[in-house]
Design a protein around this ligand. Sequence first.
Ligand SMILES: [Zn+2]
Length: 545
Amino acid sequence: MSLRPAALALATVLMTSTAVSAQVQVDPERLNALTRELASDRFEGRAPGTPGETLTVEWIAEQFKALGLEPGGPDGSWFQTAEVSRTGPDGPAVLTARAGDHTVSFARADEIIVGSDRPVSRITLTDTPVVFAGYGVSAPERGWDDFKDVDVRGKLLLVIVNDPDFGAPEGHPVANTFDGQAMTFYGRWPYKFQEAAAQGAAGVLVIHDTGGAGYPWSTLAGSSTAPDLDIVRADPDKERVAAQGWISSEATQKLLQLAGLDLDTLRVAARSRDFRPVELDGVTMNIDFGQKADRIQTRNVIARITGTERPDETVMFGAHWDAYGRGTPKDGDDIYNGAVDNATGVAGVLEIARLFAQGERPKRSVVFISWAAEETGLLGAEYYAANPVYPLEKTVANINMDSLLPGDDIDPNIVVIGAGKSDLDARLLPYATREGRRLIPDPAPQAGAFYRSDHFPLARAGVPALFAAAGFTGHNEASRQYVSGAYHTPKDEWMPDWTMKAAAADVQLIYEVGRELADSSDWPQWSAGSEFEGVRKQSEDQRRP
Ligand SMILES: [Zn+2]
């Protein structure tokens, strides 16, 4: 109720349909108190599948309940339980390549890192033909297909990390075909694993190089014994290859030499629309390893306000609740509290829920989700995308919060992750402008942030996504300090000097955009040429104009 008069006058001009919403304000103190509580040690770092999870999800559900929201999960529950498959190495691996009577062996972790998302205790590939498949990309909307009409079923694929224009000089025919230096989803390993499965391959190894991957081999090797988590798939054999992982550039060269091929030459060939997969003539691989496989459960927390006029249309706000639990101590502290990442985002969702609960009932339904297991592969959101509680075709927008700036200083720049992919930025712009702020694109697009938080699995299923906030990509000093000192460590803790004023400013804008959509009959659109436009179009007739 305490909006400044000048802002109110301008807000009325800009938002005739949302005059009511402009009167409700995000409360930084409440945001701070919620963040402090969620980041406290009693939640033990909020790791999925631990007692810390149980405490966390029940606490979040209680907050929603206290606000008077409806349970939004299946069967009148506050929770959607995601079934997660967990696989991890068990015993040694055999990794050999053969050409005629010549056999070479590869060292696990040093040369090849391999695992499987199939929930089985042993993976064995015998005398499997090997195919170099370029970047392993099939992107019809960009006119790119590395596979052409080549049948790679039952074969082991080698694919280059990143996307085809990565590092291509200006003027090269492929320059900017995949957004230039920005990482697209096609450049990331989860895509390459999935595409290999879609092509019917037996296995896939991504060829590592530090520039293309964005991290050295040692980063991969360091986590190579950690279990792999994936949502339980309806048909794992169809959706996941038997063996997936990484191969170092040196090991790739060793393998290619068996067929008289050379990695540098193949890299040049791959950087062309005319590229065709290259079989390593006369070369086969044997891969054999044991696995531990079991299942865990983790829960999304879901609350809802049913819309008055179009209850079947849903505006969604989300933020992941999980962090890293207890782990390697740093300065004697073993709790990875995840205060910025992402107690702040959950607090933001809870605060937005309060504004909706206390304001006029929206015309469309609004759903508030706290996602499970983001840090282990966006699993809560993946599970929801595969098992939507509310139809994705009629989900208007998915507004994500992941890591908000906790201090006083409101950054004039708001980073839009995935800027220009949809018209949602244009809908945010007037609210930002009103506050004297501006929208800037991701200053580190090579990191592929758009593909690494919870809005993404739903975006792939067509739901327009908004992911915008000041400073979690290191574009300002506070976020740089955070990224270098605290991010994903026990140092990501609530601090007594936090005020959440900067976060509150962002949450207010995010609320206002969502409020406008919740009272509108408009449907946000993906931009022409965006990778999600095609899938959204398929359900166009289900959305009223
Ligand atoms: Zn996060």
